[in-house]
Write a protein that binds this ligand. Structure first.
Ligand code: PLP
Length: 358
């Protein structure tokens, strides 16, 4: 099936005007082209194409619109020296998406073929990869169930597509720490649920808590475990790290946490610098005590969008706990600079994370 899958190319007749790099924001503009392919139970993957960016028409009964059969990924392309373009660990994103496909009863796809398609798409739209420091081209692979049928069962027809959006530097106003609200009212995910895969409903379910955090003057929510509300899980859509007594500590991937690629990169970098890393349950009480006793040296969140986001303050049951006097710590800075240097091709890539496009 896949063996005979050719990717056809329909180029856009007219190219879009590009927005100014200073006000890209996040996810507001889209490039000239997109990748699309279809799957059905009889034929498998078929009709793969790169075509002009366009809207879909869909049956109102489509599976995704009612039962949320939808998974996605997020990764970035970076413009380096001599206009070379790099992707960061793209195979890991596609492998993670296949894991999500299995959990959501959706079809898997061959990672190597998808990487070729992605490279082709990024190369075709390479003028959209921004050159400003910290800016990048955000890539959003997505898969949805599209049967025109209201019965509850896995769809027999799927659409896989990749869209791309130029995004500005996350830290336009400097690498400043955030204020985070520890959420005790709602939970994000339970073990055995779908919190460890990027499926659409997780994000819909998190919006109310995020809105309430913003009302409290915080930028995001720190989620606790669903059973006891005792252990730390994640911050918003990022993984969380604490640097306590010179040990870098992060919750383990035990089923309710998304296995971030930035998280994995931070662990490997820290270990290569001889920093002790512990993946183990972290009680919120331990973090708050460490903040009060002065042993909590730093905390930061990790994810593709911001890379490293320092946490300067935790708000727990209306009491505020400062971290590193509300300032960005040296480990967060070092990790951020090292990761960016690898991503933009300014440094050697000892882990083989960078993939050159074209
Ligand atoms: C995407 C995501 C992350 C971060 O993953 P990266 O691969 O580092 O971008 C963390 N938590 C959640 C819930 C996510 O959706």
């Amino acid at each position: 099936m896949w063996k005979d899958l050719d990717i056809s190319l329909e180029k856009a007749v007219s190219m879009k005007d590009m927005p100014a790099e200073e006000n890209l924001g996040f996810g507001r503009y889209f490039t000239d082209h997109m990748f699309l392919m279809e799957w059905n139970r009889d034929r498998g993957w078929n009709n793969a194409k790169i075509s002009p960016y366009t809207s879909f028409s869909m049956d109102p009964a489509s599976t995704v619109l009612h039962y949320g059969q939808a998974i996605f990924e997020g990764l970035k392309a970076y413009r380096g020296k001599d206009d070379q373009i790099f992707l960061f660990r793209p195979e890991d994103n596609f492998k993670r998406m296949n894991k999500a496909a299995v959990r959501m009863s959706m079809p898997r796809f061959p990672v190597d073929q998808m990487l070729k398609a992605l490279k082709g798409l990024v190369y075709l739209d390479r003028r959209w990869v921004p050159s400003a420091q910290g800016a990048s081209l955000y890539v959003r692979p997505t898969m949805i169930g599209v049967d025109p049928f209201l019965g509850l069962k896995p769809a027999d027809n799927y659409l896989f597509y990749i869209i791309m959006s130029p995004v500005g530097a996350y830290y336009a106003e400097g690498f400043s720490p955030t204020r985070i609200s520890v959420c005790t009212d709602y939970v994000r995910a339970v073990k055995g649920g779908v919190g460890d895969v990027k499926t659409a409903g997780n994000y819909a379910a998190s919006m109310l808590a995020s809105e309430q955090a913003v009302e409290r003057g915080c930028t995001q929510v720190l989620w606790l475990d669903a059973c006891e509300r005792r252990y730390v899980e994640e911050v918003g859509t990022s993984n969380i790290f604490f640097f306590i007594n010179d040990k870098l500590i992060t919750p383990p991937l035990s089923g309710s946490i998304l296995g971030g690629i930035t998280r994995d990169s931070v662990i490997k970098l820290a270990q290569s610098w001889d920093i002790e890393v512990e993946e183990r349950p972290v009680a919120i009480a331990e973090v708050l005590e460490a903040s009060q006793s002065g042993t909590l040296q730093e905390s930061f969140a990790t994810g593709t969008a911001a890379v490293i986001s320092p946490v300067g303050e935790l708000l727990y049951q209306d009491v505020s706990y400062q971290i590193n006097k509300g300032e960005t710590g040296p480990l967060a800075v070092r990790l951020y600079e090292e990761l960016q240097a690898i991503q933009y091709g300014r440094k050697k890539d000892p882990f083989g994370w960078r993939v050159t496009v074209g």
